[in-house]
Design a protein around this ligand. Structure first.
Ligand SMILES: *[C@@H]1O[C@H](CO)[C@@H](O)[C@H](O)[C@H]1NC(C)=O
Ligand SMILES: *[C@@H]1O[C@H](CO)[C@@H](O)[C@H](O)[C@H]1NC(C)=O
Length: 346
């Protein structure tokens, strides 16, 4: 499955209206999920988290992270939102796992891990024809499903993909599965959220049904929102550049021709790709940015350097070894579906 290289717009478009593209460094890597497992100090699988340091075991929707956070890893200094994804591991032939590091994206090479975040009001050049409503205090959502292992399941989500980076600028050839061949400059994981909101609910039991994709066409073709979800919101989009290059020696890859990367939730297919979001911009800063004709550099917003963002860090709430060659995935997550394991022969 192929998608148009939306990501490259962030780098190349001259006049897209109020496209925000910015870097947020790593805040912490730990087993915490205040959306799916609130109150639990260890979630089933490991996440990498960026954004404000109000990230916590539970996050009360009545309290804005921008009121409690004291720093953010994002270069837009008024953005105390939290954004997270699962963590990629390399599975060695001997069955041990090694965490794949994350590296800075194009223009953000100094970032210590983390992601590139986009808020795109409209893909068409020029001002959007309709008002784009920014997310509000208490808003949160998830896209993707970690239990999915088939293409049919993954296709319920339109744009959760992988880009095999031949070089850091590669923006074509997105796939729904992990790339099948070694990628010289890493694997970029792309997580695009739906762009239509019901206008009422800040969250929903599955953290998804309060948002929807356009009823026809796509965000990219400026498709209309369904009547159930009439409010256009910006397209929230994560790019995560997994630094897989050091695992590219084919001699270390499975002999059956499969690829060696696995998500922290035990998915070797890639179909379980998902991302989480808790809104936390200060006041109406995000709405102002969406209403204003700024592109990537938004002087209306307060900024900080990537180096300042790198300084904002949290400790794991429950200390857990996530580095070194691990005999199992953190939390003991099993790799599913169980592939026929070959007897390890030296
Ligand atoms: C996280 O929540 C606990 C209470 O559950 C609180 O004591 C702590 O200060 C919070 N940490 C942050 C960084 O907000
Ligand atoms: C497993 O394989 C990795 C990668 O080749 C290696 O670094 C590690 O030492 C091995 N572990 C054991 C217990 O053999």
């Amino acid at each position: 499955m192929r998608f148009s290289p939306v990501a490259s717009l962030g780098l190349l478009a001259q006049s897209t209206h109020a496209l925000l593209r910015f870097s947020c460094s790593q805040l912490v890597v730990e087993r915490l999920d205040p959306l799916v497992n609130p109150g639990s100090d260890q979630s089933p699988h490991l996440h990498q988290i960026i954004g404000g340091n109000a990230f916590n075991i539970s996050m009360d929707p009545n309290i804005s992270p921008s009121d409690t956070a004291t720093c953010t890893t994002c270069t837009f200094a008024e953005d105390f939102s939290n954004y997270w994804t699962a963590v990629m591991f390399f599975k060695a032939k001997n069955g041990t796992f090694k965490r794949v590091p994350i590296k800075g994206n194009v223009n953000f090479e100094q970032a210590s891990g983390g992601m590139t975040v986009y808020y795109t009001p409209t893909i068409a050049n020029g001002p959007p024809k309709e008002k784009i409503t920014a997310f509000k205090k208490g808003f949160r959502m998830i896209i993707g499903n970690p239990t999915y292992r088939t293409e049919a399941q993954a296709k319920q989500f339109r744009q959760l993909t992988y880009t095999c980076l031949k070089d850091p600028m590669t923006r074509s050839g997105e796939t729904l599965t992990f790339p099948k061949t070694a990628c010289a400059a890493g694997i970029m994981v792309n997580v695009r959220f739906p762009t239509c909101w019901d206008g009422v609910n800040l969250d929903s039991p599955d953290h998804m049904s309060h948002v929807a994709y356009p009823s026809s066409g796509t965000f990219e073709t400026n498709g209309p929102c369904p009547s159930t979800h009439p409010v256009k919101v910006p397209q929230l989009f994560y790019e995560v550049v997994w630094d897989t290059a050091k695992f590219n020696n084919k001699a270390d890859w499975p002999t059956d021709g499969s690829q060696p990367f696995v998500w922290s939730f035990g998915d070797q297919t890639g179909y379980g790709n998902h991302g989480d979001y808790v809104f936390g911009w200060k006041g109406d800063a995000l709405q102002k940015a969406m209403d204003t004709n700024c592109n990537i550099n938004c002087p209306q917003l307060k900024s900080q350097t990537i180096a300042a963002g790198n300084q904002c860090q949290q400790q794991q709430k429950v200390t857990e070894n996530i580095d070194g060659w691990l005999t199992e995935l953190p939390g003991g997550m099993m790799v599913t579906p169980m592939k026929k394991e070959r007897a390890f022969s030296a």
